[in-house]
Design a protein around this ligand. Structure first.
Ligand code: PRX
Length: 680
């Protein structure tokens, strides 16, 4: 997406009214009802959230207080005194509510003929067996279990089994490589890791267990590894005593598998998920059972107008928060049918999504702008040959959607009649915060529209695109949330300082995004104000990538910035100063790129690595990234005042080097990677 396009979008005044048909039976029937809910939610939040929690969740014991707030320390406890279990809410209660034989999970493998379907009863049996198995490995309430798994049913089953026991799961995206996996396992001190022999992506086998083995040598907390046989790899190295095949372990629990749910305190942690922070160390975001589950069910129901017979598909990988909230917990808490897909949208042909929609008559499709952009480049015949009439609601997440992608989604997939819910949220928020309600909110392409009822979003201070100062006269600033909400993170694992940093600047939750509000109260997200990069809708930390580059013996200094990318939204651009006497060469460039790939994962691969003599620095020696961003984004003319630079002469050389690099880009060096462009 180019900067120009975003600018066009911001001045685009087209809007789309919510569809009339289906409105009367919707959960929220129109703008009047939405306004009334917003009024009530802000007037009496305890009443509002308490009512939602009662309607949506089964509590073993009701709460004493809806919210216990310690504003001075920014600590918020939801539903204090209450007891519940997330696994019970996602499975057991549906067994007695007439959904026992309803499909809970439909899994489409990478191979067209690989389909598995679990009814709620079948899911119950599997989850109980895994809970027994984990228990036999001495996993108890409060223990940490890491899941380094592809998109296979065993991943959701393992998450629900952990929830059943009260163990805290940490999913690690299977596209992460050595450093990314190690820091996440070490970061939660996992006792057990569940993985697979291999992931299958675009017809290629990516060994997971073999990747894991050297990593585990540096993770002393891990006592057991459970391995799902997914790709049928031969010669998987199984370490005696430590490693067990999933199927062997489960074999011991085929009979009478009932496993009672651990009654969890509402504020016991349900899971930990790492997101990229401002340092090289990922942030371990913790979500509490009661508040998170309530918020997941609440937003799934309202944002997607979820009905009981809907077949719902969130295409996000469960290694990310979207897969947690809208792949698993939200839909299953509501007793819906959720779809899980192991493959990528474009392999073997770019019709996988549309085949799945037709095959399973999907009603709600929630995906990412990056996926839409990759599919819209294909011939229209790939969509036209499929019957997409089952679709009722479309959704997007992860980054602002550009108008071309919005139009294509609206016309080719939505037949110019389906609402597109563009949902803004974050790992830390647990669920959607600013998003349209399908039958109540007028849509403006590119805007996540308005805050959901009960969400007190506002713009504070002045901040613009890319963390720059806002343009003069613009109402752009830091996007903050002024009141607590049940889905908000509970804390940052073992890092109170990091948790407090979200609140310290403005005294309320600061998202780290810049946004602008228009005269209708619509929010337009402008991007991050910190050093995160949003690649294909996934937040990556520049500091983490810089640390990997700086650890290479040839590298003296590295600075990583985002650059506009037509497919991924943002790409990664790295500036590198080599150590004395190390010559600049394309082979070094390839080596550095491969190092990032191997250490963090394909998603973090830089598009460009530019060698420079020196970074632009302030007199105190700080790299001025703002300028590097402008150069990477081809906006040299916007660099602005350079008088604060200690070495202004460096800039001209960097600009010239950038122009050469872009002009002479070697396709073979920078060939797009399937995994990078389709990780959603
Ligand atoms: O910058 C925003 C962008 O993604 C960031 C959150 O990343 P993460 O925690 O990985 O979660 C992604 C999925 C929820 C935000 O700070 N973002 C997310 N959704 C949108 C978005 N930017 C614009 N529009 C969105 N709908």
């Amino acid at each position: 997406m180019s900067q120009e396009r975003i600018t066009t979008l911001l001045t685009d005044s087209r809007s789309y009214l919510p569809p009339e048909h289906g409105r009367t039976s919707a959960w929220i029937c129109g703008p009047e009802e939405y306004d009334e809910l917003c009024r009530r939610a802000l007037e009496d939040p305890s009443d509002f959230w308490g009512a939602r929690a009662s309607q949506l969740i089964h509590w073993f014991k009701r709460w004493d207080k809806v919210l216990e707030a310690d504003d001075a320390h920014h600590k918020y406890k939801w539903f204090t005194g209450a007891k519940l279990n997330a696994s019970f809410n996602c499975i057991d209660r549906h067994l007695i509510s007439g959904r026992r034989n309803k499909a809970a999970l439909i899994w489409q493998g990478e191979k067209e003929t690989d389909v598995r379907c679990y009814t709620y009863q079948m899911l119950y049996t599997e989850v109980c067996r895994v809970a027994h198995a984990l228990s036999s490995l001495h996993i108890r309430k409060g223990d940490h279990v890491a899941l380094y798994m592809p998109m296979i049913p065993e991943l959701f089953i393992a998450m629900l089994a952990c929830a059943r026991i009260g163990a805290i799961h940490t999913a690690i995206f299977s596209g992460y490589a050595e450093g990314g996996v190690r820091s996440r396992i070490q970061g939660c001190r996992a006792r057990v890791v569940i993985t697979a022999d291999a992931a299958v992506r675009s017809g290629k086998i990516k060994p997971l267990k073999a990747n894991l083995d050297p990593i585990l040598e540096k993770c002393p907390s891990v006592g057991h590894v459970v391995v799902v046989r997914n790709a049928g790899l031969e010669n998987v190295n199984m370490q005696r005593k430590r490693d067990t095949w999933w199927h062997d372990l489960m074999d011991d629990f085929t009979l009478n598998p009932d496993f009672p749910c651990e009654p969890m305190d509402a504020n016991d942690t349900l899971f930990l998920l790492h997101t990229s922070g401002s340092t090289g160390k990922p942030t371990g975001v913790m979500h509490a059972t009661g508040g998170y589950l309530t918020y997941a069910a609440h937003t799934t129901q309202w944002c997607f107008d979820m009905r009981d017979d809907d077949v719902y598909w969130c295409t996000a990988d469960a290694g990310w928060i979207t897969g947690h909230t809208y792949g698993l917990y939200g839909p299953l808490a509501l007793g819906a049918t959720t779809i899980m897909f192991e493959g990528v949208p474009t392999w073997p042909y770019p019709d996988r999504y549309w085949r799945i929609v037709e095959n399973f008559r999907v009603n709600i499709l929630y995906t990412a702008p990056t996926v839409i952009r990759s599919l819209m480049r294909m011939n229209e015949a790939w969509t036209e040959r499929y019957d997409l009439r089952s679709l009722r609601i479309l959704g997007t997440v992860g980054e602002p959607i550009n108008p071309e992608a919005w139009r294509w989604f609206y016309e080719h997939i939505g037949n110019e009649e389906l609402p597109i819910v563009d949902t803004w949220w974050q790992t830390e928020t647990g669920g959607a915060m600013i998003a349209p309600i399908p039958y109540a909110t007028k849509l403006k392409p590119g805007s996540a529209t308005k805050p959901l009822p009960g969400i007190d979003a506002a713009i504070i201070g002045s901040a613009g695109r890319d963390g720059d100062e806002a343009e003069e006269g613009a109402k752009a600033g830091h996007l903050v949330i002024r009141r607590p909400w049940p889905g908000m993170m509970q804390g940052v694992y073992c890092d109170e300082e990091k948790y407090q940093s979200y609140f310290s600047r403005f005294g309320c939750y600061s998202s780290g995004d810049a946004a602008e509000v228009d005269s209708d109260g619509y929010f337009w997200i402008l991007g991050r104000v910190d050093d995160s990069i949003n690649v294909s809708g996934h937040r990556l930390s520049t500091a983490e990538i810089e640390a990997v580059l700086a650890a290479c013996p040839e590298v003296g200094e590295a600075a990583v910035v985002p650059m506009p990318h037509a497919l991924k939204g943002e790409g990664i651009y790295a500036y590198v100063v080599t150590r004395d006497e190390v010559p600049w060469s394309s082979s070094l460039r390839v080596k550095l790129r491969d190092t990032v790939r191997r250490d963090i994962g394909a998603l973090a691969t830089p598009e460009y690595i530019q060698f420079v003599e020196a970074m632009p620095k302030t007199t105190s020696g700080k790299v001025i990234r703002r300028m590097l961003r402008k150069i990477a984004g081809d906006s040299h003319e916007e660099i602005g005042d350079t008088t604060s630079l200690a070495n202004p002469e460096a800039l001209a050389a960097i600009i010239a080097g950038h122009n050469n690099l872009v002009a002479g880009r070697h396709e073979t060096e920078n060939a797009p990677d399937e995994e990078e462009s389709s990780t959603i």
